[in-house]
Write a new protein. Sequence first.
Length: 563
Amino acid sequence: MAKKSPTTGPEADETPVAKTGDAPLKARALSKSLSSSVSLVTPLLVVAAAVGWGKYAQRELQAETMEDLVAKVSDRFNTQFNELLKPSTASGEQDHELLYKYDDEQLIAMEVRQLVSDLSCSDDNYAASPLFDGKLLPVQEPMQLEKPMDNDRVFFMLNGRNDGVYVSWNGDFNCIGKAAELAAAWLGADRDIMENGVRLYNQMGFPVRNNEDLAATNNIVHILLDFQLWQWPGIEKGHRYVLEDGVVLTTVAMSPKVFDVQYFLTQNESEKIMELGMPGLSRSKVDGSNSSKVTSKSRTSHTAFLEDSHFTRDFRVRAARVARLPSPTFAERLQLLQYNAGEFYRQHFDTFHSRDFLPKDANAFYYEDYEEWTKWAAEKLRGLDQSKLTEEFREGGALFPNAEDQQTFPNALLEVFYQKMVSANMFKALFDEEYERWIRINLDKDAVDLVKDLMDEKRRPSYLPRIVQAWEEKLGRGELRYTFPKPQVNGQSHFYNWYTVEFQERLLEFVREDYSDDFIIQMTNQEWFNWLTENRGRNLVLFQVLKSFPHFAELVIRTWESR
């Protein structure tokens, strides 16, 4: 029987697999049950980190040392919060009507993107180039300069990173986009996404919009691409940042990044959160394979989302400010999380997808992708100054890409990949220790066609970008950063962003009314038609059909147009 969703009604039964010729087999049900639940303070502060010297706050509060600064910020912040939490404030909240969320200007405020790639550089003689042979340097190097660097260079880093590259600059802000784009490519940004524009941010997570903003950064900036949200880099363990509202963030660990957050909420606010949330505590749930919430043995804590109110909206605004989100609407409502003795939440991913909209192989990698990369990389290497390459990366060396080599290069390449993954504990983090052992055993045997075997669809072709990235990092040359070609856009992902489940199921009913059974069988096959009949009226049926038979969309479009 199909599982029932507590909110959207019954889901469709497990679907058959669309195949040509043979009758389709039963599809394997999605098994990952990952959670979108988060901690007490805010879903954003768990992953937020903060950077910056806090010089602005030091000047404003006349603090000589970081310790003095933190102490003064603490006094000021607690004073301000105590003022906010006087009884008159609480009663005043009740006097003001809670606006519909989309009418609340403070809640829906959105930061406008500032694309430096849109600037028009009129200096025809300026050509951006990496300095110091394009060597990647830690951010502490430019931060510790005794005086600000001259306006002939800028130190660029990618989002959330702590190392970067110096790039030449002519001092004209209208030309900074050229330098940023070169730096982004040099540091390994996806060139296809770069086509949508690049943005610059200072170390405190604020956009760089003009020459004055850039000067205030001491020419140390981060590059963000389309769709990216700010990530606090952390810089080094023990580093502390004082934000403009008094919140202090201290880097506790770099990998994984862990930050201590001070002065975000008061004791009074903590008690109010517990007062509002405790009555609604219930067993924490995780996202099931059909987007419904289910309990799981991997998560035994108790959770309550606080009701929408002035109080919770204020936290969304403050959380967005700390995490440098473009809008408070990016933050969830406050959530109270309780762990009683013996309760836990096992290791898990907070990022997840409950359904795969696209066909199974829509974004797959193949051995041919590996071959294309090796040919591209070999040609690039031949064009470099060979004196700047170590022997293993020169032609004939073990790490010189060779698409025809079935043993020496592929095994040396996978050794580099393996060492990087193990040093970062990545196999374990990805729950893939089986392939840690598999790769090690085959490398020790000096197996033939090891990469080809790994790229088999039943193994781990998804590792290819990580393999190439490990090689790039060992080489250390920005010219050799590779962007894998993208498949053509599949419009189904756009379709499901716009149309509700109810609308989709009404469309499918109209299709059944307008077309004969025989015609629908021709568009699919007999077994799928039987499955459609059995699951008529359930949710996500059209979703499954379109995933397996994209051409079925023609019937949907014609049916809608006829109405």
